[in-house]
Design a protein. Sequence first.
Length: 191
Amino acid sequence: MTSPRPGRSTIAFTVASALLAVCLAAHPAAGAGLSIAWDDCRPPLGSGFNNKLFGCASDIQEFALFPSFSLAASLDSVYSMEVVVDFNVHGTDGDPLPAWWLMAGCRANAWVADGTASNSCTDAWGGQGTGSFQGWIPGTPGNSTRHARLLVASGTLPQDAVTLLGGASYTACRILLRSTNTSCITRSSTS
């Protein structure tokens, strides 16, 4: 079985939705606004983009995503968040995800997360946070062949818990999509 050759065309994709839940010991928080963008937080505060076009010919590129949020009311003692991002990879309905997007085999570990703040939005953790890749689930949500779900945790130590102000815009973390081992997919697709 051959897979689409990622090096021959530019892959375009759109972030379908981003869900961000602020997780506390006893009080879940409902966000007044959620967004995600490539390269920075989304306008009007940042210069981030909703869509990103890129070729798959390099093993050394990194593409940064910045999930951001604002709360309806202030919330104190926040020390962790869960970030869930649903991706819709462009293509024909019913076609499987291209091998490049499966993030398995030689493409494992293509996602990473860290505490790097965006250039434009306030860092929710005040420089004390971190991010951690938790999982990549192809076919989710809804068993769609063109969807995948990314799971990321972001937080700080409980003793460094923060107060998040209502109406302020914050970034939770930075998520990196790395083009790691793109050449192994291209080789296996052509053999």
